[in-house]
Design a binder for this molecule. Sequence first.
Ligand code: PEP
Ligand code: MN
Length: 339
Amino acid sequence: MIIKMKEQATKKEYEKIVAYLESRHFEIKDVSSEHIMVFGVIGDTSSIDPHDLYAFQGVGEITRVSTPFKKASRSFKRGDTIINLGKGVQIGGDQFIVMAGPCSVESEKQLMKIAENVKKAGAHILRGGAYKPRTSPYSFQGLEEEGLKLMRKVGDQTGLFVISEIPSADLLPLFETYVDIIQVGTRNMQNFHLLKALGKAKKPVMLKRGMSATIEEWLMSAEYIMAGGNEQVILCERGIRTYERYTRNTLDISAVLAVKELSHLPIIIDPSHAAGRWNMVEKLSLASLAVGAHGLMVEVHHDPEHALSDGAQSLKINKFKTMMTEIDKISQVLGKRHL
Ligand code: PEP
Ligand code: MN
């Protein structure tokens, strides 16, 4: 961190902030010139919020030279984090992982039909919401614990790993019992109480980007989980809120490149919640593969017209199969392992 004092700052003001930082065990490297007082703060500055230092009089400009997140940062770990689920499925390596399934678990019959078909088409992980974060309290809220049990049962019967969204920290024991990956939804990305609890979880966590979160805020949320001891974090870009209303959200495809520069954590894309329209999902999925994402999360339903949630963005089974064939072709061109 570099701190530049205002031109009119006094020596006393300079000494006051330097003394404060030294009392916090930072080393100070002075690089002042005749006209301006400037110094570097050396040490682990992740515990300092630069904004707080503007409380000191005479402080002109503060520039961070290191990221505020540590464990999630590329400088902390040069190699990519690879999350090993078993049975040859790895997230974060050269394999392109596909998570597919309904928005909500509606019944055993519905889940089984979708799971069998996505498995046949080459998906690795079954997605399905049991606790649904709906905008309206009058919309379908999910089958809750029963839904999680069905996810486990259908996952085991079809040979798919399962992922589902956790709504609150008190349900962690239930999620640890039934799912292979715990999903944090966009609305909970900054639920720090939940993130801290997930820091103690024994299962990998997939952290969706908050719909209004910057990449730095998103990585700080990953840091919460990692700081608690759980380093198995997967990031998921699912579209952000912009002024554009044609699509449900705006897919920030460049986030994949930014995250890969800043962090060693795997990153996948959810084009379904980004676009909100099924007819855009295939092309956005191919773009995700081309840009270097480690995988996809896609909503699939055998009867989207009657789905209890997000039918408009759910792919029908035959469309999902076509998309998987296209993914296969592009994977081969890119030299990526898909199945
Ligand atoms: C979901 O994947 O089921 C979901 C609710 O997504 P998001 O949190 O991205 O809205
Ligand atoms: Mn959904």
